[in-house]
Design a protein around this ligand. Structure first.
Ligand code: CP
Ligand code: NVA
Length: 301
């Protein structure tokens, strides 16, 4: 049987992604009802972190425990990866002892190389280019609050970063329209926009982009690894803050999402993210349930 990986949303079919979302909702209900479900008994997930994390680490680790398995936290500083052992060798060795590998790293080529040399599924837990696991949670959250996202209008405000790229893939896979409002010089990859131009457009003015939106999403202005650009980016993104006026441009039922961590007063105001009906906390919690569905899909026999 060929090993399935999850490096981007394109690794699963649209049908599989929709089934996975419904399964995430089911697993959430089972968990809340106290049902014990352990399809990954005696299985191990290696979790390699070359960047910081709160949500991703906790959701994968708790998720593996709940599914009856075990998660192994591997920081690059404490393994030979941090001392330059080749990715190819590491992938071969680690995959010979575990049942799945989750990795958060810098270059997307690193997860691609891992996948090439690994005998078990590789899960991309964020690279400089993509963050597909977050989209599983975002799509589940939208569905739980508003039903199907098919045919809806989603607006991405801010940096054309890893999250934005995953939203472009999501537009294709979950069949929605995506408007991207970003300053000049901070666009998502050209090729990706071009390949999805039937669903994706760049709209420079964020207030124009937000008009009648069903979902507004943003993320930090400086991602992990771009810390020294923070000041420069604060200037470039000054007009790209999600605030109450922008939410008022959107549909009256529009949701706001943010993968977190958030910088209040920068990409989003406290008034928007801390609103009583804000779904960002459900969005964060759904990392657990959505990824349990993914782990089951990739790792259960
Ligand atoms: N959204 C997200 O991936 O959060 P962490 O960086 O805390 O894992
Ligand atoms: N774009 C952000 C997402 C964090 C979850 C980053 O890469 O730092």
């Amino acid at each position: 049987m060929t090993v399935r990986h999850f490096l981007t949303l394109k690794d699963l079919t649209s049908k599989e992604l929709n089934q996975l979302m419904l399964r995430g909702i089911e697993l959430k209900a089972m968990h809340k009802a106290g049902e014990v479900f352990e399809p990954l008994k005696n299985k191990t997930l290696a979790m390699i972190f070359e960047k910081s994390s709160t949500r991703t680490r906790i959701s994968f680790e708790a998720g593996m425990t709940q599914l009856g398995g075990h998660a192994l936290f591997l920081s690059s500083n404490d393994t030979q990866l941090g001392r330059g052992e080749p990715i190819e060798d590491s992938a071969r060795v680690i995959s010979s002892m575990v049942d799945g590998i989750m990795i958060r790293t810098f270059g997307h080529d690193i997860v691609e190389t891992m996948a090439k040399y690994s005998s078990v599924p590789i899960i991309n837990a964020l690279t400089d280019d993509y963050h597909p696991c977050q989209l599983l949670a975002d799509m589940q959250t939208y569905y739980e609050h508003r039903g199907s996202i098919q045919g809806k209008t989603v607006v991405w405000v801010g940096d054309g970063n890893n999250m934005c790229h995953s939203y472009i893939n999501a537009a294709k896979q979950y069949d929605f329209k995506l408007r991207i409002a970003c300053p000049e010089g901070y666009e998502p990859h050209d090729g990706l926009v071009e390949a999805n131009k039937d669903r994706v457009e760049i709209v420079r003015n964020p207030m124009d982009a937000a008009e009648n939106a069903d979902l507004i999403v943003t993320d930090v202005w400086a991602s992990m690894g771009q810390e020294e650009e923070q000041k420069l980016r604060e200037k470039a993104f000054a007009d790209y803050q999600v605030n109450k006026q922008m939410m008022q441009q959107a549909d009256s039922d529009a949701l706001f999402m943010h993968c977190l961590p958030a910088h209040r007063g920068e990409e989003v105001t406290a008034e928007v993210i801390d609103a009583p009906d804000s779904v960002v906390w459900d969005e964060a919690e759904n990392r657990l349930h959505a990824q349990k569905a993914l782990l089951e899909f990739l790792m259960a026999k």
